[in-house]
Each structure stands twice: as C-alpha cells, then as structure tokens.
Design a protein around this ligand. Structure first.
Ligand code: BTN
Length: 251
C-alpha cells in the first residue's frame, strides 16, 4: 500500500473492498483531520451516489470509484471544480487509451459533470463540501463492462470504456493519469475559466448547438459555457440565459 501511496504521490491512501460511498468516507476522514490530496478508493460501493441524489452503480472490479480531498478556495473557484475535473478525466482517458494503441478516441463532456464516449455516459463527478477548508471530489468511471451489462434505465444511457473502445485500460495506470491531470488542471487559480479552458470545453461539449431542456430554465439551444462555468442557453424569447444548476436533457 505504501508503494502505491508513493507512486500516486498522495499523502494518504485508503483502498477498501467495499464502502457505502467514498465521498462519505472522505467527509468522515476530513472530520478526523485528513490532509489535502488524500485519496479514498473502493473496489465496490453499496451506496454510491451521483448528482441529485441518484444512485451510482458501482459494482466490484468494473470501475474506478474514488474521492480526492481537495483544498477549497473561493466560491467561484470551487464551483468550477466539476468542469475542471471533467476536462482532466477526458484528457487522462485519451492519454491512457493512446498508450494502449487506441488513439483518436475522444471523450466528451455533458454539462455539468458527465463524461461521455459518443452518447453514452461512462463517468461522472460529484463535488461536495467536506469541511470549511476542503472539498470532496468524487469520481466514478465505468472502466470495464460490468458482468451482465448495464440494467434497467442504465441500459440505454450508460457505457464503459471497455465496451465502447474495445480496450480495457489497467485501472492503476488510468488512475495515475487522472490524478496527474486533476492536479495540473487545478493549478489553474482563476476564478473564471480561461480562454484555453473554454476552447477545450468547446471541443468536448456534447450539448453545443443541441436543443435541450433545463430543469430550471426550460427549453432552448445549448450555446456553450460562460466563464463562470454556467451553461449558456438560447431560448426562443429571452435571448441567452445562464443556467447555473439542475440537470439538462437533450430534446
Ligand atoms: C454523477 O454523474 O452524477 C456523479 C457520479 C459520481 C460517482 C462517484 S463514485 C465515487 C464517489 N462516491 C460516490 O458516492 N459518488 C462518487
């Protein structure tokens, strides 16, 4: 374990066979004074959750389910975390697949926190407040195909990296690449997205130009991101609206 902690460059590493939720474990550890950049991994989660209280399917061995303890900054910077972490996941995924000979695969992002391959969701980010000074950044990625496939409502929406690219990256190497990209991405101190970040998001934006429906802003056409990380939506009447919260669906 000490070897992995050193290899991954984290001050604290917990690896569990099963946890309720790595985010809950992260919050508990923060109450006990855990350091920034501590990492909690689970082989499986029994109560894994996504945004909006949705369940996050986390079967054993099939994915990367982890939480990272990230030092908080101002509210504006904190609220950009899901976007910056999403871009880091996409970059790490592409690099890892390229190393396995599957170059040309592009990961897309669906506002605010979905990682996609094509139109299938392969991952997501759940950022939660951990303590006054730290945030818990939870990441779930469907790396391998779960035995029996995705069931129920997930059957038509979810996918795995293995299922969609025919390459199953080793989870250790994938995690190493993700941590590097997250650390590099979060060195960005800006409380607004930079032009470079907006350009990258634009290349990966699965909703750009699509007819969408927002839970809070109704129907419109997605027009990219604002510098504050809101989704820009062009409605029939109100011109451009900034959507800051809630889910958005393709129409
Ligand atoms: C989403 O797409 O809604 C976010 C999914 C986040 C899932 C991860 S898995 C590790 C961490 N622990 C949880 O309970 N959730 C996050």
């Amino acid at each position: 374990m000490e070897v992995w902690r050193t290899l991954l460059g984290v001050p604290l590493l917990e690896v569990h066979d099963t946890l309720g939720s790595t985010n809950d474990r992260g919050k508990l550890l923060l109450r006990e004074g855990a350091p920034s950049w501590g990492l909690i991994l689970a082989e499986a989660q029994s109560e894994g959750r996504g945004r909006g209280g949705k369940r996050w399917y986390s079967p054993p061995g099939a994915g990367l389910w982890f939480s990272l303890l990230v030092p908080a900054r101002g509210n504006a910077w904190n609220s950009l975390l899901p976007i910056r972490v999403g871009m880091a996941l996409a970059r790490a995924g592409e690099r890892t697949l390229q190393e396995r000979g599957a170059s040309g695969t592009e990961f897309l992002l669906k506002w605010p926190n979905d990682l996609l391959l094509g139109d299938r969701k392969v991952g997501g980010v759940l950022c939660e407040k951990g303590s006054e000074e730290k945030l818990v950044v939870g990441v779930g990625i469907n790396v391998g195909s779960p035995p029996g496939g995705f069931q129920g409502p997930l059957e038509s929406t979810a996918g795995s990296v293995e299922g969609l690219t025919a390459v199953c990256p080793a989870r250790g190497g994938f995690l190493e690449a993700i941590l590097k990209e997250i650390r590099d991405g979060l060195e960005e101190e800006g409380e607004l997205l930079s032009e470079k970040e907006l350009e990258e998001y634009g290349r990966r934006d699965a909703l750009l130009g699509e007819k969408v429906e927002s839970e809070v802003a109704g129907e419109g056409v997605a027009r990219g991101l604002s510098k504050t990380g809101s989704l820009l939506m062009e409605g029939a009447e109100a011109g451009l609206t900034e959507v800051m919260a809630g889910s958005v669906f393709r129409r």
